[in-house]
Design a protein around this ligand. Structure first.
Ligand code: F6R
Length: 614
């Protein structure tokens, strides 16, 4: 977590950095800070607890001039969120300042050594230790060439994306990364450094993605130089960004989350574009084509992910098992890596992640890789760490997701995983041709069906108004819609702070039913399919205990309508594809409830979009 920006060039650095920090605020918003060197060589550092606007309010009456600077928006790990613990952090002399995203795990022992050498510390952060260490090493190694930084990084255990600014050298920024993301934008006589491309795209499309353990020496008027921390020179490889500026702006919507919910007809289409041709019965997933043999021979698929991506993994489990007939295990990445999992070389491990940077998922990939498994990444952010750590994979192409609560990433993940499962099933011959074609046609129609559900927004808003003050909520689903129940509950709790639980509908009677009373809203997906009658019985069990039922049903349904307090109709689709359509009402519902409760929808408390700490 944490967002970092840096600028060096002909423009004033501050406005570029502030705009960039606003775009990176999804990564953390406990505090923000900037440092600039003005034309008189003075270093000005401003930091404020709270959001970037707090910093702006403070800085507007300060000297914010200078054409070189660094900025940071923080998600606190070590040290409470206050002005002092905010980044940038100073070295002992105050000449060096640094911003950091990540965690220095051995900071305590490094700090002890530095204290013995006369250093004193102003904050409780791990970051301050690293900038002191760099200054300590600077006595014998050059700052300008990046050697003081790379020597210090050789002593560090942990994750970092850092940028260092030296008051005595207003022409150089030194950046480095391991485990946390970093992109360098190359403009005309100017350079941009950021955690992702969103602060850069407006100025240049030419970017360099820094790799782990690389240090970039960014000097005014010179070409960027790259070295590894082992001091090996690395050639510069410049990529062209595909992202457009409009994709990271709100485009008239009140919140990014709402924009992203409404984008789903398009984002689902984008995730299928060039990959699905129902008329010809073809699925083409270029990224995995060379690994199809691995899938065909796999005795097992393991899916690793966190949060919403894990829910998409659960949907994929049902689809892969049903059609490709391969046993699937879905694991929380954070659990997987801390037990001693049995992984075979012929296992296929699918790692799902919107950001492509989730630390636990990355670490789980490394573990599975070390045991010889094949890693397939399903990620949204192009060029992020997980696709680069994977053997192969497919991007979800949902476009930038900025609202902290994941919405369009989920539907894009489920779409790509469905395509993947059908592709494998067809190649293995475990699905009948007619069923395969039927599913492909149905998949093609999903964007229009999502469009239909979005038209129910007013009704969903009315329902939200009735239940906005609930203290608890239960979400139920069965079969393919069980993961949607989990996802609905997660959406509600993370943005509206209402306690919610997702449950398989039939499990309710094994415990949660005790919670049901007239106060308890129960959100159920009761679409037509294999388990329909069973879910109807579960609804009756709730009604018998005076619970309130809000049901998502198939268009034209009569039975549930007769017993539910509210129904939201969605278009009929194949049971395997229902998650893609039935999740939309729950996304909208939690959005409206959160807005009505006055919550910060795009930046819920304590959360960050990209969880780059373990
Ligand atoms: C929930 C949410 C999180 C993420 C989780 C994994 O709305 O956004 O639960 O799904 O942190 O993140 P990624 O997919 O980036 O690995």
């Amino acid at each position: 977590m944490c967002g970092i920006v840096g600028y060096i060039g002909n423009k004033q650095a501050y406005p570029v950095m502030i705009k960039g920090l606003h775009r990176l605020e999804y990564r953390g918003y406990d505090s923000a800070g900037v440092a600039m060197i003005n034309d008189d060589g003075e270093l000005n550092v401003y930091k404020k607890k709270g959001k970037v606007t707090e910093l702006e309010n403070f800085a507007k009456v300060q000297d914010i001039s200078g054409t070189i600077g660094i900025g940071h928006t923080r998600w606190a790990t070590h040290g409470e969120p206050n002005d002092v613990n905010s980044h940038p952090h100073y070295s002992q002399s105050g000449d060096l300042v640094m911003i950091h995203n990540g965690i220095i795990e051995n900071y305590a022992s490094l700090k002890e050594g530095l204290i013995k050498r006369g250093h004193t510390f102003r904050t409780q952060t791990d970051t301050e230790v690293l900038i002191h260490l760099i200054e300590d090493i600077k006595k014998s190694e050059s700052m300008k060439t990046g050697h003081a930084v790379l020597a210090a990084l050789n002593k560090v255990i942990g994750a970092y994306a850092i940028v260092v600014l030296d008051k005595n050298d207003p022409n150089t920024l030194i950046a480095a990364k391991k485990g946390s993301p970093m992109v360098i934008g190359i403009g005309d006589d100017e350079f941009f450094i950021a955690s992702d491309a969103s602060p850069i795209v407006e100025y240049t499309k030419n970017v360099v993605y820094l790799e782990d353990e690389q240090v970039a020496i960014v000097r005014r008027g010179e070409e960027v130089k790259l070295r590894t921390i082992k001091d090996k020179e690395i050639p510069l490889y410049v990529h062209e960004l595909e992202m457009e500026l409009e994709a990271i702006e709100k485009g008239g919507y009140e919140h990014f989350m709402l924009k992203e919910i409404y984008e789903q007809p398009r984002s689902v289409k984008d995730s299928m574009r060039g990959r699905l041709n129902a008329a010809e019965g073809k699925v083409q997933l270029g990224g995995i084509v060379d690994h199809l043999g691995k899938f065909k021979n796999a005795k097992r698929i393991m899916i690793i992910a966190c949060g919403t991506s894990w829910h998409a993994g659960l949907v994929a489990e049902y689809i892969f098992e049903e059609y490709a007939r391969i046993p699937v295990e879905v694991e929380y990445a954070s659990e997987f890596r801390y037990r001693n999992p049995i992984i075979y070389p012929d296992d296929v491990v699918i790692a799902i992640s919107q950001s492509g940077e989730t630390a636990d998922t990355l670490a789980a990939i490394e573990l599975a890789k070390s045991k010889g498994a094949t890693i397939i990444g399903v990620c949204n952010v192009v060029g992020s760490s997980i696709p680069r750590a994977s053997h192969a994979g497919s991007y979800t192409h949902a476009g930038p997701e900025i609202g902290v609560a994941s919405t369009k990433a989920f539907t894009a993940q489920v779409t790509v995983l469905t395509l993947m499962a059908l592709h494998v099933a067809h190649a293995k011959g475990t699905i009948a041709e007619s069923r395969y074609r039927q599913l492909l046609y149905e998949l093609e129609s999903i964007p229009n069906k999502i469009e239909e559900v979005l038209k129910q927004n007013d009704l969903i808003k009315e329902i939200a108004n009735i239940y906005k003050d609930a203290r608890n909520a239960l979400y139920l689903g069965r079969g393919y819609t069980f993961p949607v129940a989990l996802e609905g509950a997660l959406k509600l709790k993370e943005i509206s702070y209402i306690h919610a639980e997702g449950y398989p509908a039939a499990e309710m009677k094994h415990g949660p039913i005790a919670l049901i009373d007239e106060e308890m809203p129960v959100f159920v997906i009761a679409t037509k399919g294999l388990n329909y009658e069973k879910v109807v019985s579960n609804i009756q069990e709730v009604k018998a205990r005076k619970g309130k039922i809000i049901a998502v049903v198939t268009h034209g349904d009569k039975d549930v309508k007769g017993m539910a307090d509210h129904v939201i109709e969605i278009p009929e689709t194949d049971e395997s594809l229902v998650p893609l359509v039935s999740v939309i009402p729950w996304q909208l519902l939690s959005y409206h409830i959160a807005v009505m409760r006055g919550c910060n929808v795009d930046q819920p408390r304590n959360l960050a979009k990209s969880v780059t700490v373990e």
